[in-house]
Design a protein around this ligand. Structure first.
Ligand SMILES: CC(C)(COP(=O)(O)OP(=O)(O)OC[C@H]1O[C@@H](n2cnc3c(N)ncnc32)[C@H](O)[C@@H]1OP(=O)(O)O)[C@@H](O)C(=O)NCCC(=O)NCCS
Length: 330
C-alpha cells in the first residue's frame, strides 16, 4: 500500500535518574565482581530512581524534552502511547498519569505491555494512527522503574537492569519517517523471562513476596540464544521491508541488554554493522522499554544521526516479544 501520509520523528528526549549504582556497589550486595559483569554483559553502572520517583515522573521528563525539541505544545498532543512493564499502578494506565502531568488536555492514551520490545510496539501503533490521519501529534514513551521488580539478592538478574525513560514525538510528514516495522510474539516460551506474581494467576500474598515472585525471573542462557536469533531475523526483515540492504543502514540502535548479544546480531547482519551501532548500556544497563528511546536521544544529542540517515532499531524481550523498525531521520 502506498502511503500518502508518513509518520516521522520530530523530537526525541530522555531522562535518567540521578542515582548511579556501579558494579563496585553491587560487589558489596551480592557475590559478583566488576570483571564478571563487564565481560559477560558490558555493563559498568546503571541508574536507580528515587523512592518517590515513579515511572510516570520519568516518562513526563522525557516527554517534555521530546516536545521541546519538536516545538510542540502539550495541549496539542492527541495521543500518548506508553511502553512499560513497570507502571505506577495496575490502573489507571501510566499514559493517563502522564497526560495529566503534561497538561495534554486533548490527548487519549494507553499503556503497551511488551517488556523490552515495548517501545517498537508503541512506535508502530502510533505510526499507524498518524499514517491513517486519525492522529496528528503523538507521543511515544518508553519508561521503566525496573529497580522495583529486581530481586536484589539474586546475582543472576540484579546486575542487569536499570531505570529511566525516553520519548519521541511522531507527526505527519510528506517524507518517509518510519519506513518499515516488523513485530512478533511467541507466548509458548513465556516463562523463560517473566514476573510470575502480582496478576490474577499468583495474586500478591505474604508467600509471593517472601519467594521474590514479584521480581524478574529469567533463564539467562536460553534468553541469550533466542535473543540473538530473533533480533537478527527481525532486523533483516525490517531492513528488507524498508527496501534497503544492511550496508545502507547508517545507525543501529538496538535494545541495550547485553554487549555480547548486540555484537553477535550486528556481526550476523554484515561486516561493518557493529561500527554503526550506538551503545550506552555500559552506563544504563537494561532499561527494558526505555532503552531504545534513551539511546536514540543520546545518539541524536551526540550528533551521530543526521538528516536522511536510516536508523535500524531492533528489540527482544519477555513475551517472548520482538520488533524491528527502520526510521529515516527528517
Ligand atoms: C545473564 C547472562 C549475562 C549470564 O551470562 P552467561 O555467560 O550465560 O553465564 P551463565 O548463565 O553460563 O553462568 C555462568 C556462571 O556465572 C554465575 N553467575 C551468574 N550471575 C553472576 C554474577 N552476577 N556474578 C558472578 N557470577 C554469576 C552463574 O551462577 C554460573 O555459575 P555456575 O557455572 O557455577 O553455575 C547471559 O546469559 C545473558 O545476558 N542472558 C540474556 C539476558 C538478557 O539480556 N535478558 C533480557 C533480554 S531483554
Amino acid at each position: 500500500m502506498t502511503k500518502t501520509i508518513h509518520a516521522a520523528i520530530t523530537g526525541v528526549g530522555h531522562y535518567a535518574p540521578a542515582k548511579v549504582l556501579t558494579n563496585a556497589d553491587l560487589e558489596k550486595m551480592v557475590d559478583t565482581s566488576d570483571e564478571w559483569i563487564r565481560t559477560r554483559t558490558g555493563i559498568r553502572e546503571r541508574r536507580i530512581a528515587a523512592n518517590d520517583e515513579m515511572t510516570s515522573d520519568m516518562g513526563v521528563a522525557a516527554a517534555r524534552a521530546a516536545l521541546a525539541q519538536a516545538k510542540l505544545d502539550p495541549a496539542d498532543v492527541e495521543a500518548i502511547y506508553v511502553a512499560t512493564c513497570t507502571p505506577d499502578m495496575i490502573f489507571p494506565s501510566t499514559a493517563c498519569l502522564i497526560q495529566a502531568a503534561l497538561g495534554a488536555k486533548r490527548a487519549y492514551g494507553f499503556d503497551i505491555s511488551s517488556a523490552c520490545a515495548g517501545f517498537i510496539m508503541a512506535l508502530d501503533t502510533a505510526a499507524a494512527a498518524v499514517e491513517s490521519g486519525r492522529v496528528r501529534n503523538a507521543l511515544v514513551i518508553g519508561a521503566e522503574k525496573l529497580s522495583v521488580v529486581t530481586d536484589w539478592t539474586s546475582r543472576d538478574t540484579c546486575v542487569l537492569f536499570g531505570d529511566g525513560a525516553g520519548a519521541v514525538v511522531l507527526q505527519p510528514s510528506p517524507r518517509p519517517g518510519l519506513r518499515s516495522s516488523l513485530l512478533g510474539v511467541d507466548g509458548n516460551q513465556a516463562e523463560i523471562l517473566y514476573i510470575p506474581a502480582g496478576g490474577c494467576k499468583q495474586p500478591s500474598s505474604e508467600e509471593t513476596v517472601r519467594a521474590h515472585r514479584h521480581a524478574i525471573h529469567m533463564s539467562g542462557r536460553e534468553t541469550f540464544k533466542i535473543a540473538v536469533n530473533t533480533m537478527q531475523e527481525a532486523a533483516q526483515e525490517a531492513i528488507a521491508r524498508a527496501g534497503l540492504t544492511a550496508d545502507q543502514i547508517d545507525c543501529m540502535i538496538p535494545h541495550q541488554a547485553n554487549y555480547r548479544i548486540v555484537d553477535a546480531v550486528a556481526k550476523r547482519l554484515g561486516p561493518n554493522v557493529m561500527d554503526k551501532v550506538f551503545l550506552n548500556l555500559d552506563r544504563y544497563g537494561n532499561t527494558s522499554a526505555a532503552s531504545i528511546p534513551i539511546a536514540l536521544s543520546e545518539a541524536v544529542a551526540a550528533g551521530k544521526v543526521k538528516s536522511g540517515d536510516k536508523i535500524l532499531m531492533v528489540a527482544f524481550g519477555g513475551g517472548l516479544s520482538w520488533g524491528g523498525a527502520v526510521v529515516e531521520w527528517l
